[in-house]
Design a protein around this ligand. Sequence first.
Ligand code: ATP
Ligand code: MG
Length: 419
Amino acid sequence: MNKIQAIRGMRDVLPDETPIWQWLERKFHHMAFHYGYQEMRLPLLEPVALFERAVGEATDIVSKEMYDFTDKSGEHITLRPEGTSGCMRAVLENNMCYNKSQRLWYQGPMFRYERPQKGRLRQFTQFGVEAFGMSGADVDAELIFMVRDLFEDLGITQNVRLEINSLGTPAERLAHRQQLVQWFTDHKSQLDDDSLKRLAVNPLRILDSKNPEMQAIIEQAPRLLDFLEEESRQHFATLRKLLDEAGIAYRINPRLVRGLDYYSRTVFEWITDDLGSQGTVCGGGRYDGLAELFNGKKLPACGFAIGIERLILLLQVVYGDQNPQWQTHPDVVITSEMDDDGVCAQLLACTLRRDLPSLNILTDCSDAKLKRQHQNALKSGCRYIITVNADKQIRFWNLQDNRQETLIIEEIKKQLLSS
Ligand code: ATP
Ligand code: MG
């Protein structure tokens, strides 16, 4: 028989890893709350047309990476490759920005048909934050402050760096594009196949090429920053002023373009050098033109997304696999020597759980001898072992001071309550 296995690029998160996920989720949820952002829960499936229109047909995400299919009624749908487009769809569809702005966040799996490797999966998870209805650079800065606070809370500020750029407005990009096309056409012989294709459909994306042989020609290409007009320049200056005043270090990277077409003005990435070439842990920016593609109305917006699997890889580099910050242990393990099919131990657990709701109480339901039960309990890292002896007496073993005594249940509860 053929073995049934997980689909390529999709991984199980097992209990030895879930504590770090939960720890990270708690930190992220706190950060979102602290900044006044509200949670959105969005569908995993969306119409293909949503991403064709929003992310852009000429991007890698839409042209090669979508998990799309035709459903039973003939609709062309896809597992979502990213969250911003769906969030925008939901905001407009539910008229959430009528006369007000919105600060939102979401979390969940995204799907891209990419070549799986370390830090690159076909199902991966993002924390996303989006702010709708505010056009000022102060909101862009707020997003960057949020990520900085989160990274500080996680203790990884030394391991990440911030790069920013401005992509200007569509008109400014058009002026730049003409010169960019001219430049790359003049140097066509030095372009790789990918960039030749991009030259025809999406020349700005050539700047995003990771091919080392292309870097020299990209370095010398005309810079979009030089084409910004007064308003965009001012917007970028305000952002920089806020970052400077807040003491946030950053580098202006004029080649930073991001892999999605909807960005305008601010773009930013947080990058780590500890994970090889899959080093972008957070990407974001402003996308003022996106709403217009849906309903023709203006709705300024900006946001970012953090790749959780990459962030976890980074945390594991920084802290090692096991870390007391996120490891959880049972508080109490109940073992038994009685020959009663576990009845006494399980009932004792019931009583304790009812009166000690904040404790993690585990019952050993194995058929193992008492000695082995104790060995397993000690390995679990618990603080107390309670044993129902063969004569039904209860022994309370405090592993912190290594005291063992025979006690009645009420006394055990008292000791646990004061622990
Ligand atoms: P990259 O340049 O690494 O392909 P991207 O520009 O495609 O990233 P975004 O669409 O901006 O990425 O997504 C935001 C974040 O989501 C990335 O910075 C990264 O941390 C994470 N991410 C994107 N694609 C993957 C993937 N296939 N596997 C794991 N994480 C991913
Ligand atoms: Mg990508």
